[in-house]
Design a protein around this ligand. Sequence first.
Ligand SMILES: [Zn+2]
Ligand SMILES: [Zn+2]
Length: 363
Amino acid sequence: MMSDSGLVALFEKKSSLFAISNCNLKGPVGDQILIKVEGCTICGSDVHTFLGRRSAQVPTVLGHEIAGRIVSFGPNNKRIDYSGNHLEIGAFVTWSVVANCDNCIYCKRGQPQKCDSNFKYGHKKHNPEEPWVGGLAEYILLVHGTKVFKIPEGLSLEVACPANCTTATNVAAFRVAGNLAGKVVLIMGAGMLGVTACAMAKFYGAKLVIVCDTNEKRLLKACEFGADQSTLPAGLSDVVSNLTVGLGVDIIFELTGAPVAFENAFECVGIGGKIILVGSVFPSEPVGLPMEIVVRKLLSIKGIHNYIPEDLAQALDFLNQTRHLPWESLVGKWFNLSDVDLAFQLAQSPEYYRVGISDAMNH
Ligand SMILES: [Zn+2]
Ligand SMILES: [Zn+2]
């Protein structure tokens, strides 16, 4: 487990760290791409790391929900994104949070996020030879194996930054959920993942979307993003029972990582239902799982961690097609890089779905 003091020390030294980044600026080699970070939103997992709830090698440069512009290409770069679009200097891009090798056993069986030699942006130990590893910096160097995507024309920084984490992870969860047409969906958690999931469930044809959270303001926001019915945990089983005539829900997305949320949701699943676990990205107490009910109800329980590059392509397409939704309202505040410690304080408040760091914007 990383110690709090490790990260605090990192942020206390941040000005010297960023200074190192500036003076060590070298051109990209091979097929690397040098990116000027336009913006980086602080993900819930960054906050967990910052608070020491999940392990991380320190010192590190946190931040993986990044959008930036291409500064220069390595000499062997083909200047084509993963979807086949031409890339040029100045192009506004995002990329898969994990760079992978395409050759190991995990890559070959369609789990590139678990690549043997994966390089995960915003999760690497910082060292002077490899300083460009996170989004809370002025520049970042995209290494070999990074799947880069051009951001659709006109998509704002607020919308683009969370695409390569929140939105793409949701797409991965919805991919394993299968066809949503006519289905009743229950979304546990109305944070950034949850409101995005509400929008996605409606976009992919769910008949009814129920969202559950402990925060009433967040429930209202989830309804702006497409939830048909919202409820506090205490009312969940009655709401589900009434709306489904006792049949239960078809698909549950557990996005909170809280054992109690899983246990509440489990009560609501119908016969043949699927439960998709996404939120448990930090250690928690085990849950009591009645195996007999899993068997008798023909249930499927599936874990999702990160995503495959195709999910990010679909995430960008989804955001492009749902521009009418108030995505910008989810990034409550932007800060300059020099105010990153203040940004982390506010990122812990339930008031904000996301706060962002950007030196490119006027604050
Ligand atoms: Zn994230
Ligand atoms: Zn691999």
